[in-house]
Design a protein around this ligand. Structure first.
Ligand code: PMP
Length: 424
């Protein structure tokens, strides 16, 4: 993206009309300011070679990956890879069609069967991405005259689903049960209502109080949709997510998820017990008007989902990794997104974007990749270094990661020289 902006471009075009790109001037300037300091571009990293779920050659360096959402490390699982190769050989490279025309292969059905078993639910619908699953389900089920009550820190795909539909959107303060109830209390009793929550919020890695929230939603007769993108395969006895852990899986109407995190490929889905669920296949535009996933992708997803059903040991090791990283970083003096580790995401709060980018670069030079997250993706204008752990990170790697954070933190001045650096 070098040369992304043309600073000498005139504000108006021939004939006096406004350049449609003038709305991007602020972000162009912010980006140029950052790059002018000589920093490596945090949004233009290239993985030249991927060695395993936890290691890659990035910008020429051997790098530990700590920002990939590859929670269960399924991307290099030999059974998953074999299933993908077989499907590629047997069914070709792509379906070239919509699920409702020529794009439903045996593999799409088998993948939906695996999801139904994984969640012990009656229906499963596979979309081409998780983004499309949220866009499709939300905009289709909540229409004119209905209300969507949602957490203000919801993922962009949820907000976009709301924007695409015609329902009235009522946001409430992040993870605040009382604020949610106050909104619900004011809505017309007989109106259709959809409460949208996430199991794990991806910016700070915090978990929603689903037990209380689902009870309140039911009290007001609302249907409940929970996006479990960041908990599938990891949280809950069987990896079904925070809904399982909180004991409310039978009370939620829809679970949305993605194949792009624990499952290790690409795709999205919705599972439900609603008796009329199957009609969505005909009326949900982001399901109908796009091509279905390639056969190799659904084959890898199905195999991965079936293996995740038996992932107890991996789940236990991932928890150990998350707890150790959280504790080590806290003891060094970093400010984290949550007081206690609540998920496989550990967010390190940076003082500002400039310092955040410096720290990000210092870590990359140490050989560690994390996500740099900034507004508007982050809550409260925060700049975050988001770490997501993997069940395949070894104990040794977690130790190495902590050492890298300590050196980079000192080099950038983000860690005070006097703070306690013991890992404990
Ligand atoms: N929901 C949440 C909470 C997410 O974080 C994401 C992706 N980061 C998605 C949905 C979209 O998933 P996908 O990558 O499959 O489009």
């Amino acid at each position: 993206t070098e040369g992304i902006s043309q600073p000498d471009q005139p504000e108006t075009l021939e004939g006096g009309s406004k350049d449609l790109f003038s709305k991007f001037d602020d972000i162009i300037q912010m980006r140029e300011g950052l790059l002018a300091s000589g920093i490596e571009d945090p949004f233009n990293l290239v993985m030249e070679k991927v060695l395993s779920p936890t290691r890659a050659i990035c910008n020429g360096r051997d790098t530990i990956l700590l920002g990939t959402y590859n929670y269960m490390g399924m991307t290099f699982d030999p059974d998953v890879i074999d299933a993908g190769k077989q499907a590629l050989a047997d069914f070709g490279t792509g379906t070239t069609g919509s699920r409702v025309l020529n794009g439903t292969y045996q593999g799409h059905r088998e993948c939906e069967e695996a999801l139904k078993e994984f969640y012990a639910m009656d229906h499963a619908m596979v979309f081409s991405t998780g983004y499309l699953a949220n866009l499709g389900i939300i905009s289709t089920i909540a229409g004119k005259g209905d209300y969507i009550i949602l957490d203000i820190d919801s993922h962009a795909s949820i907000w976009d689903g709301c924007a695409m539909g015609n329902a009235e959107v009522v946001p409430f303060k992040h993870n605040d049960v009382e604020a949610m109830e106050k909104r619900l209390r004011r809505l017309p009793e007989d109106a259709g209502k959809l409460v949208i929550l996430e199991g794990v919020y991806s910016m700070l890695g915090d978990v929603a109080p689903l037990k209380e929230m689902v009870a309140v939603a039911k009290k007001y007769g609302a249907m409940v949709l929970v996006d479990e993108a960041h908990s599938m395969g990891f949280i809950g006895e069987n990896g079904r997510g925070v809904v399982e852990d909180a004991g409310v899986i039978d009370d939620v109407d829809f679970i949305i998820g993605t194949f792009s995190k624990s499952v290790g490929t690409v795709g999205g889905f919705c599972v439900s017990n609603h008796p009329k669920f199957e009609i969505l296949r005909l009326v949900c535009r982001p399901y109908v008007f796009t091509a279905s996933l390639p056969p190799s992708v659904v084959a890898t997803a199905e195999t991965s989902i079936r293996k995740l059903m038996h992932g107890h040991n991996k789940r236990a090791h991932l928890w150990e990794n998350s707890k150790r990283l959280h504790k080590g970083l806290t003891q060094m003096g970093f400010e984290l997104g949550t007081k206690e580790p609540q998920s496989a995401i550990v967010a390190v709060i940076m003082p500002d974007l400039e310092k955040g980018a410096m720290m990000w670069e210092a870590l990359l030079k140490e050989g560690l990749y994390v996500n740099l997250a900034r507004p508007p993706a982050t809550p409260a204008n925060m700049t975050l270094l988001r770490c997501s752990l993997c069940a395949e990170h070894s104990d040794e790697e977690v130790g190495t990661i902590l050492g890298m954070f300590e050196r980079a933190g000192k080099a950038t001045g983000i860690l005070g020289q006097t703070s306690d650096q013991s890992e404990g």
